[in-house]
Each structure stands twice: as C-alpha cells, then as structure tokens.
Ligand binder design. Sequence first.
Ligand code: DC
Length: 231
Amino acid sequence: MVNAMSKTVQIAIDGPAGAGKSTISKLLAKELGYVYIDTGAMYRAVGLKVLRCGYSSKDAEAAEQVLKTLDIDIRPSAGAQKVFLDGEDVSELIRTPEVSIAASDVSAIPAVRLAMVELQRNLAASRNVIMDGRDIGTYVLPNADIKIFLTASPEDRALRRYRELIEKNVKADYDEVLNDMLYRDKNDSTRAMAPLCAAPDADIIDTTGNALEKSVEILREHIETRLKNVL
Ligand code: DC
C-alpha cells in the first residue's frame, strides 16, 4: 500500500523452497535500501524450538504449548536479518535439513501461522520492505505494491540447495535434498491455511536454468519498472 504521506513500498516475493527468493531479495533490498524480511526464518525458529523440546513437528498441541513461551526476535536491517530465539542467535542453526522439514510441518499449524503473521505484519508496517515467503502476496500483505511469484523446476531448486550445502561443508546427498524439497512443496501447497500459491495479481517468474546473476537482473529490471508506477 502506498501512503501519499510516507510513500512506503511493500514488495512481496513468494515461491517454493530453493527458487532463489532469499538470495535475490536480500541483494535487491540492499540495493534499494529497503528492509529485507525473511518470513521462513520465523517458521524455522518455531521448528527448531519444537525439536529442541523433543516434540514431533506435526504435534499441533505441543506447538501451541511452545508458542506460549516462545520469544522470536527478528532484527532486520537493509539487506540482512538476524534471528534470535529466546535470546540466542539462531540465524545459522535454523538452516539444517532437519529444521527445514520441521519448519514446513509447524507452518501448517494454524496457531503458529496466526502468531507469525502478526509478527510479520508488525515488521512490515510503515517501512519499505521486501518480504519473502509463501503467503505474503496472498495473505500477509494482500495490498503489497509489487507481488512476485518466483519459481523453478524441483530438480533445479534441489541442485541449488545441494550446492549451497556442499559449499557450507554440510554433508549432503542430491536425492535426499530433492526428496526433502518435494516433501516441502507438497506440504506447503496443500495445507489448509494460506497454502503456497501465486496471488492472482502476482507476476510469475520462472528461474529454471538461470545463473543467479541472470535471475537477479530479471527481478531488478522487473521491480524497477513496477516501482515507476508505484512511486
Ligand atoms: O523459506 P524457507 O524455506 O526458509 O521456509 C521454511 C518453511 O516455512 C517452508 O517450508 C514453509 C514455511 N513458510 C510458510 O509457510 N510461510 C511463509 N511465509 C514462509 C515460510
């Protein structure tokens, strides 16, 4: 929503895991001087806490219990974001394959979504943001000025994620990464509340086969063009 007084701009970038949303959003937010908000990190923090408490990530009652004492602190800045769980910096710890699956599981629990969406809307209020997630354009910020649905083939997304893990010296197996990706795609797009899907007014961009630089370039041009109509 563009406010005539403050002209704040909200850019929603949704899409499945591994399409390049966070890498590209982070970069473009930095260039634009916007605040980058990675909403997946919030579901990951909930997933990590549920696992640490020894619960199944599919256990809705346990997740509701965890929510009562959960303290998630998102510290955004231009082009970066730190995530604190109960005072501990978990920005790196939430990136493991186990936490990815747990995040997808807990994100299907309505009480978890309601709590995270409130946090997300508060973070986006009255500032220029690029927010990435699954339901930003459809549910969290339905009046976002620019909506993009970024996608790529599952094989392409799995290969990128596999390479990222190897680069970080995390032991990984491509087939396992692909299976995790397919599991999350199915989970995220078939849940009852705010499933992963493109908003009717979103621009769909497919990055299959693109090098990262090419996808960045496509999105940069796209956003620059759209911003001319918004500002
Ligand atoms: O973007 P990510 O891979 O870090 O997200 C982790 C999980 O969180 C993902 O599998 C689905 C869930 N998620 C969601 O349901 N809604 C969002 N807005 C962001 C993430």
